[in-house]
Structures are given as structure tokens and as C-alpha cells.
Design a protein around this ligand. Sequence first.
Ligand code: AMP
Length: 305
Amino acid sequence: MSLLVIGSVAFDAIETPFGKTDKIVGGAATYASLAASYFCDQVKIVGVVGDDFPQSEIDTFNQHHIDTEGLQVKIGEKSFFWSGKYHNDMNSRDTLVTELNVLGTFDPIIPESYQDSEFLLLGNLSPQVQQTVIQRLRTRPRMIVLDTMNFWMDVALDELLETIKKVDVLTINDAEARQLSGQYSLAKAAQHILALGPKYLIIKKGEHGALLFGDGKIFSAPALPLEEVFDPTGAGDTFAGGFIGYIAKIGTINFNNLKNAIIYGSALASFCVEKFGPEKLKHLTQKEIADRVQQFVSLSKFEIL
Ligand code: AMP
């Protein structure tokens, strides 16, 4: 089934305790669409870049069967640029630079061939643009997943709340859940956020796994204790892409399938952090993914006799 992914396609400069990169390719839609492409062969990007964005990276999308007809290239303009520095625990980071550039005036154009997509991932972008995409789709997708970040809670809270009302699943991290709800307890935060509109809420807890709330139930997904974590950038977007890509493959939306999707999303995110940028996501095999998913299953499976 087809999956439309919107989000930033960007340059990032990242500093972690293990090293530092100059400008490398990043962006929410980059990570999410690559992750989703391992499950869904009809991933379609809506985004914008400047003419500084390398054609070789667009070719990489196409090699992953990701449709880039909706990726606008603005001649004479610069791509979105973000720079961040991770603290020693790798769980928290400071944003050093956010240069919107082409994203500042982004008007998302939905190609005719993207209409009637069954699944929609609203990756990290301004809530106004996320809403415009929903409005420009002739038929409402069967499932809309919204990923966002604290930046938008700080600068566009009212628009974000309007967008949240219109989606089925919201994915945010624990700090963002607390910020959005004003509640410290994640259980209380979840009740508060589900009352804002979405049917399901996923709270990502970095290296501590993820929680799914909805249908009156809670599921706790483990995180794999990895030996090598080089760069957590994009882990959240990769998670969201793997999550919705898996649901688009299975086609049936219910709590049990969402639980499995969280494990697939977590497995993809665990690969993402093993190298700087989206490098690792470009060359995975289905066997590597299946083995990693199995590790997640073994990690938390137990019987009480
Ligand atoms: P994550 O680590 O999952 O939060 O995502 C990191 C990615 O989000 C980076 O590749 C950035 O290019 C992108 N990003 C950072 N800030 C923003 C923003 N304000 N809007 C859109 N994308 C962003």
C-alpha cells in the first residue's frame, strides 16, 4: 500500500562524544522514507531542497524505490540546515543552529500520482505545512501519523494543537510529552494528550524504549542495549518511518499490529544510531532486520511459572 512521507530533507552538522561531522545529509523525511522503504515499495516524499542538495542523494532515494516527484528543488536557494551537539549521555542534545532556508517558504505540492495514498507520515516540519498536506489530499488516508518536536511546541503551539486533532497517531519523546501536557507522569501525560484528538500516542524514550497508549491499553517496547551508539540523530524519524512502513505493509490497523510496528520501528532506529547520519539505513538487508527484530523479541520475552 502507498505511503506519503513529508518532512525536512536537509543538511546536518552533528557533534557527539565520538566525533563531529561537517555538513552531511539528514532531515526527517530522509530518515523516515529510507526506513519505510524496507517494508513498503510505494513510498512517496513531499519536501523541498535547494540546488545545493546532491543529486546522488536523490538517486539513493530512487534506488530505494522512493518516489521523489514531490521533492521540489529550488534553484538559487539553500537547503534546510540543522546543527546539534549531544551531551555525554547521548540522550539529550542542544540545537546549535536551525536555518530554515527553503523550508521558510515551503508550499507542499502534492503530485497527482500521490493522491489516494493510504498512509501518511507527517514528519517533523512546521504544523502549518503538515496541515496543508492533509487539506490537499482528496481522500483522507486510512492512517495519519504525526511526528513533531519541542521546537514547534515553542514557536507554533496553537497550530500544532490544531494539527494534532486531525491525526490518528502522535509520536513524541518523553520530554516533549511532558512539555505538551504539563504532566510529569507519562501515564497522566498520555491521558491528557489522547484527549487532544489522536487515537494512539507513542512516547519514545531514547535508549530506554517506547510506550504505546490507546484503546485503553499500554504496551512497553524495550530498547536493545547496543554496544556502539555513534549518533542518535534521526532515530526518532527512522522509528516513525519503520513504524508506519510496517503498518502500510500489513494493511490492518489494530493494537496488536501497532505493537509489532513499534518493534520494527525500534529495530530500524537501532541500526540508524550505529553510524553518523543516515548511512547505515542505506544498506540494510531483510535478514539483518529480521535478526534484529528477533533480538528485541528475545530481550523481553519471559514466562512466569
Ligand atoms: P531526530 O533526531 O529524530 O529528532 O531528527 C533529527 C533530524 O530532524 C535532523 O536530520 C534535522 O535535519 C531535522 N530537524 C531538526 N530540526 C528540525 C525542524 N525544526 N524542522 C524540521 N526538521 C528538523
